[in-house]
Design a binder for this molecule. Structure first.
Ligand code: UDP
Length: 341
């Protein structure tokens, strides 16, 4: 074997991270759609370490193999290169349905494809869940609240979405995903969980996904201007990815079937984010304003009473603590890309 490995990438020979041993009664077969993406791959790490049998399906539009490479070849791990717009036939106990581009530039890149992923893709996953009797968790979004008139946003708020605006492919796509979930739950007795995920950051975020955290960190690291869109008094609330993963697993394992917000209620304006990130990174960047983007939600902050009550979940990682880890990741990625050129 050693000789066969000659000439391969050094990393292939790294030992696997420790994996718990589970007997057949407690070991679950879990499908993670979008499992090679930012959130999906962190979820896969946790479920693998917990000892479960994991199948990842990804079309690698925004997901990357490097995010799951530490598991390739492991007996509990399987990677399928497929687009979930096409039906998938696997036997599983649980499905975490995370597949969809999630950053505005990515989901706007091909709006029709984003709609297909969130409608046909979700039908395929709910249909699979129905056939094999699996529980399914749908990754929904705070975008279902649109540009909210209620603040902070509880799950009971119906939202304020422009159905024909540039964000509609994602917002309405996720709203239909939720509608489909409850239609399958009611009509087909599928066991569904719906997570409304708020802004999240952490390692493995796409370098160039155009989101505020990645943009600001990269701009600060490169001493380029930090671009605030519009007046910068729009707000967001950011959670660290490990908190989200804990919330997703807690929701799947709970008996709670209504939608649940998963996010960190610490809210800041975009101007404040620019100052915070610049302060953590250092450097000589100036903060500049560029034209506002269309239909940009002006305020966003989760009401997490439901998650606290029914899942006993709340975020643990503070904003600055989390941002430091995300910044370290981007520093490493920049180093890697410099080595490769
Ligand atoms: N934003 C910004 N500068 C950037 C990228 C984003 O000011 O370089 C703003 C954007 O207008 C929005 C907020 O940051 O108000 C969050 O944008 P993001 O694309 O990260 O996610 P969203 O929450 O809008 O999906």
């Amino acid at each position: 074997l050693e000789s066969k490995m000659q000439g391969f990438d050094e990393r292939i020979r790294k030992p696997y991270p420790n994996v718990k041993y589970l007997n057949y009664r407690s070991k679950k077969r879990i499908l993670v759609t979008g499992g090679a993406g930012f959130v999906g791959s962190h979820l896969v790490d946790r479920l693998m370490k917990d000892g479960h049998d994991i199948t990842v399906v990804d079309n690698f539009f925004t997901g990357v193999k490097a995010n799951v490479e530490q598991w390739i070849g492991h007996a509990n791990f399987e990677l399928i290169h497929q687009d979930i717009v096409n039906p998938l036939f696997v036997e599983v106990d649980e499905i975490y349905h995370l597949a969809s581009p999630a950053s505005p530039p990515h989901y706007m890149f091909n709006p029709v494809k984003t709609i297909k992923t969130n409608t046909i893709g979700t039908i395929n996953m709910l249909g699979l869940a129905k056939r094999v009797g699996a529980k399914v968790l749908i990754a929904s979004t705070s975008e279902v609240y649109g540009d909210p008139e209620v603040h902070p946003q509880p799950e009971t708020y119906w939202g304020h979405v422009n159905p024909i605006g540039p964000r509609a492919c994602y917002d309405e796509g996720k709203r239909v995903s939720e509608t489909l979930s409850y239609a399958y739950a009611k009509h087909e007795k599928v066991s569904v969980r719906v997570a409304r995920i708020f802004n999240t950051h952490g390692p493995r975020m796409h370098m160039n996904d155009g989101r505020v955290v990645s943009n600001f960190i990269l701009q600060a690291l490169r001493n380029e201007p930090i671009t605030v869109y519009g007046r910068g008094n729009q707000t967001r609330s950011f959670q660290y990815v490990s908190d989200l993963v804990n919330g997703l697993i807690a929701l799947m394992d709970s008996n709670y079937t209504q939608p649940v917000n998963l996010g960190n209620p610490t809210e800041h304006t975009i101007n404040e984010f620019a100052v915070i990130i610049k302060g953590l990174v250092g450097g000589k960047s100036k903060v500049i304003t560029t034209p506002a983007v269309e239909d940009d939600p002006q305020r966003r902050k989760p009401d997490i009473t439901r998650a606290m009550t029914y899942l006993n979940w709340k975020p643990k990682v503070g904003l600055k603590e989390g941002l430091k880890m995300t910044i370290d990741y981007f520093k490493q990625e920049i180093k890697k890309s410099q080595k490769n050129v």
